[in-house]
Design a protein around this ligand. Structure first.
Ligand SMILES: [Zn+2]
Length: 448
């Protein structure tokens, strides 16, 4: 396998050779060519390695190049900057960022486009002044990437059917929560892809518009259509929409407009930060929204995380120490043998419950990727989501109206078939799609 390091060395040696023989263009032009060749190499290798982000970090004696692939950072190369190689400056020029010393004392945010292997890519460049120089993070966006089909975002059939049920509604609010980079946008776009038919009017308010989709009226909130977010939202409502996507709810006022729109004949989708799908109710109450408004508006809530998927080319079973597995089952309230949610009369805070002796599961194999050519040795290929999705049906609405504590709402949901993210994640561990270690901390953090 020819690595990035090999290709880089080849470029450097060829340039040295050319200079020695004094053959070709003047030295200065040769340096510029070498720098731009290195930049091209870094970008095209990022694409062929399926990197989502490129990090260029100035260290004491070199620039460290790292790629984020399937959610994890990998060291790729150490580049020694010299008068001949002016890497960061070259990228700044591409992205229209000033290269003078004064400008480099502040953070910049810009982008440039480039065609690589016949595909058009957008590179979003963010610089950050550090004590050793400008650090650069570049997000890779494929402009040709198509909408991911709802069936392909990693939902198990039972979870998918809950979501399909929710999005058939003509009105109501569907909220997606999860960390930044947790796949919320992909989920929302996949739903829009499903709902995008000529008989409905879809209007979006986004920041920024990441994918342009035919048939949608997409508004980029960055490019100011209006003085502020709230008036932009009000303008959206005057466009006779059936379906509204609001990239992110920012404050109480816009949340209230979104909720009111969803009880007056619109299907509204948005994202708000919350710890769990059902915890969304608490989050909205804490924002200052009326309980009754929440109860009537909220029809669905999705909580999700992205995790790397084990490579199909090198998946192998391995023996684990069962204590981690038992800890997750015990603390998340999962039956370790059936991998289903237990119902508790008391909250998960209950001391008695937390000290309950873990029940050892009948062991099932755990899997990991050993590393092969397909995954370039990482053991992972691509990402998948772990989800929990709740549909707010009549009994849940009543529970919200009756001031029921969140645990009680959760218990009702479980009795109606709700499956927690812990169940989804452990099912995917069992089927060999994801590595247990990659969900361990996600699940521990979710425990209330
Ligand atoms: Zn592999």
């Amino acid at each position: 396998m020819v690595t990035l390091k090999d290709k880089y060395s080849k470029l450097i040696n060829a340039a040295k050779e050319k200079k020695k023989t004094g053959w070709g263009k003047p030295a200065q032009d040769q340096d510029a060519t070498l720098t731009s060749d290195i930049v091209d190499l870094i970008l095209s290798e990022a694409i062929s390695n399926r990197a989502s982000d490129i990090h260029l970090e100035p260290m004491q004696h070199c620039i460290r190049l790292r790629y984020r692939i399937d959610g994890k950072l990998y060291n790729m190369l150490e580049i020694v900057e010299s008068p001949e190689i002016f890497l960061l400056a070259r990228i700044k020029i591409l992205a229209n960022i000033p290269t003078d010393t004064v400008s480099s004392r502040k953070a910049w945010d810009s982008r440039f486009s480039m065609a690589i292997a016949g595909q058009q890519y957008d590179f979003r460049v963010a610089t950050f002044p550090t004590v050793t120089g400008d650090k650069m993070a570049i997000r890779v966006l494929n402009k040709n990437s198509e909408l991911v089909d709802l069936k392909k975002i990693g939902l198990r059939p039972e979870t998918l059917s809950v979501l399909e049920q929710i999005i058939q509604r003509k009105s109501g609010l569907l909220i997606v929560s999860g960390p930044t980079g947790g796949g919320k946008t992909t989920t929302l776009y996949s739903i829009l892809g499903r709902l995008n038919v000529p008989s409905v009017n879809i209007v979006t308010l986004e920041n920024p518009v990441e994918y342009q989709i035919d048939g949608l009226n997409q508004c980029d909130i960055n490019k100011k259509v209006s003085e502020d977010f709230t008036s932009a939202l009000k303008a959206t409502l005057r466009q006779d929409p059936d379906i509204i996507l609001i990239g992110e709810i920012r404050d109480l006022e816009s949340a209230e407009i979104a909720l009111r729109a969803s009880i007056t004949g619109h299907f509204v989708m948005t994202s708000i930060h919350a710890n769990s799908a059902i915890g969304m109710v608490e989050r909205l109450i804490n924002m200052g929204l009326e309980r009754s408004l929440i109860a009537y508006a909220l029809v669905g809530s999705i909580s999700q995380h992205l995790v790397p998927r084990i490579c199909d080319g090198c998946r192998v079973p391995y023996d684990i120490d069962p204590s981690g597995f038992n800890k997750i089952c015990s603390q998340c309230g999962i039956d370790p043998n059936t991998l289903t949610d237990k119902i508790f009369k008391k909250g998960k805070h209950d001391i008695q419950y937390m000290t309950e002796e873990p029940v050892l599961a009948e062991s099932f194999p755990f899997y990991r990727g050993n590393g092969c050519d397909l995954c370039k040795g990482t053991g992972y290929y691509g990402m998948t989501g772990v989800y929990e999705i709740v549909e707010f049906t009549e009994d849940l609405r009543e529970a919200i109206l009756n001031n029921a504590p969140i645990v009680e709402i959760e218990n009702i949901a479980i009795m109606k078939g709700f499956q927690s993210m812990a169940v989804d994640a452990l099912q995917k561990v069992k089927s060999g799609r994801i590595h247990f270690d990659d969900i361990y901390h996600i699940l521990l953090e979710k425990i209330r």
